[in-house]
Design a protein around this ligand. Sequence first.
Ligand code: APR
Length: 256
Amino acid sequence: MSYNLEQVVHEAAILLRNSKFTTAFTGAGISVESGIPPFRGEEGLWNKYDPRYLEIGFFLAQPEESWKVIKQIFYDFFGEATPNSAHLMLAKMEREGMLHRIITQNIDNLHQEAGSTQVYEFHGNSMKLVCLACFRKSPYREISLEELPPRCPDCQGLLKPDFVFFGEPIPQKPMIAAYDAAGKSDVFLIIGSTGEVMPANQIPPMAKQNGAKIIEINPQESNYTNGITDIFLKGKAGELTSLLGEILFSTPLQND
Ligand code: APR
């Protein structure tokens, strides 16, 4: 069967238009067009850096070594990234009442900067550093990263980025929001995730189990595509969310 992109985009737009509760589940792929490389795949960060530097045990044992890698990956290059058209489209869909929640695995703050407000960060956020002694949180831009590891301005305790390291628990608020969304979404829009990492990768299957229709945007197949995905929009997030937006916001939909 030939893959008719226009047809599947139209089908996806009808589902989105008729949905009472829609959740977007986003991964690193949605930020690739903002200049932030994904973790896996050809250009993946884990091809260049050993993920063990992001394990909580390693960080606590060798904070200086861990911070050298953290600074390079998350603060030297990517601190200046800005939202791309996919982030902006999701924010517009929220304003138009077509998107009710974003569960993101990303820590780059780009959904919020694009104007989305119902954002739940399954892996935390890189914009703040938290003191492991007094728990004070400081915007990372207020902390010098010349001396590593950085110390708390109040108590000189060890500072850690406020995102979830491997081996750390998922914060309760986004976990509850994600399970709640998986329980009540009519449509679940997966954008740019391999579906490799537990427990985040359990959320889309839970939504499917509860009756959600799964729309997936990804230039490549993921762990979801041949399993739970109902409509696979093969391509980049920016391009496909724009195609969806053209239908959602400009032309009346025939439920043909
Ligand atoms: N548009 C949409 N998707 C894209 C694009 C793009 N322009 N470019 C790449 N992708 C897809 C890739 O095909 C891949 O499926 O984005 C996905 C990126 O996969 P991962 O790097 O594994 O990202 P993610 O699934 O979010 O990883 C989950 O792993 O390392 C941890 O905590 C980290 O949150 C991260 C988690």
